[in-house]
Design a protein around this ligand. Structure first.
Ligand SMILES: [Zn+2]
Length: 92
């Protein structure tokens, strides 16, 4: 079955409010962690995503860098927007 990422928790990792640049890390349901970069101007847009090397990739099983998560950028971004996770994280 195809891999389906599900975000469990989102955390802020870096913020440049003036430039509107935000870095978040997410933990997924299977324990995979990834890092996302957003630019909020003119509207929230994910500019990059990569998997943190804390666990082997759930897709290709490599324990070093791979590009698998690029394919899930849209789905992860959609979850973040549907669940308003950025608003939640920035409010804390
Ligand atoms: Zn991979």
């Amino acid at each position: 079955m195809a891999y389906r990422p599900t975000i469990t928790t989102l955390k802020k990792a870096g913020i440049n409010e003036k430039e509107g640049l935000y870095e978040f890390t997410a933990t997924l349901a299977d324990g995979t962690e990834c890092r996302m970069f957003y630019n909020r101007f003119p509207e929230w847009k994910m500019t990059n995503i990569n998997r943190l090397l804390t666990k082997p990739c759930p897709v290709c099983r490599k324990d070093f860098i791979c590009n698998c998560f690029n394919a899930f950028a849209g789905e992860i971004d959609q979850q973040i927007k549907d669940r308003q996770l950025i608003d939640e994280v920035l409010a804390n």
